[in-house]
Write a protein that binds this ligand. Structure first.
Ligand SMILES: [Cu+2]
Length: 150
């Protein structure tokens, strides 16, 4: 009888843990986290208005927070997203960001990249997302960076 009770308890405990993991791992019901005070993202390079050649090396800056890879839950951390030639206001910032040619995720925690861009003018933004790729509230979004690719 004693054995049986112990087994029951262990089973219940394991089931609770599994349910908890499912809940915290689901982006569908995850919500925006409040943005830590003073956190901001910015471009270290290239400079605003720069004329560059493709591939373009882009270096990301972040103050007031830390970087953590996607899937790793840690307070006051996130990962970078590079928004290319779309208005961030046109994206749904209340849920997980899409991944396409206009919204590039750096879920490995990268702080720089090289991107191929066609000749002409391009506008880039940096947008920080949490471990579920959801922007913070309010969004931690850079100023637009306008560059010309020759
Ligand atoms: Cu992401």
């Amino acid at each position: 009888m004693r054995m049986f009770m112990a087994t029951m308890l262990a089973t219940t405990f394991a089931a609770t843990l599994t349910a908890g993991a499912l809940v915290s791992g689901s982006a569908a019901i995850a919500q925006q986290k409040p943005a830590p005070e003073g956190a901001s993202v910015y471009f270290v390079s290239p400079e605003e208005g720069a004329t560059v050649s493709s591939p373009v090396r882009v270096v990301f800056g972040l103050t007031g927070m830390g970087i953590a890879p996607a899937g790793v839950e840690k307070a006051a951390t996130g990962h970078h997203h590079l928004i290319i030639d779309v208005d961030p206001e046109s994206l749904d910032l209340s849920g997980a960001l899409p991944a396409d040619e206009n919204v590039v995720h750096f879920g490995g925690g990268q702080t720089e990249t090289e991107i191929d861009l066609a000749p002409g003018e391009h506008t880039l933004y940096l947008l920080l997302g949490d471990e579920n790729h959801i922007p913070f509230d309010p969004p931690i979004l850079s100023e637009p960076l306008t560059i010309t690719v020759e």
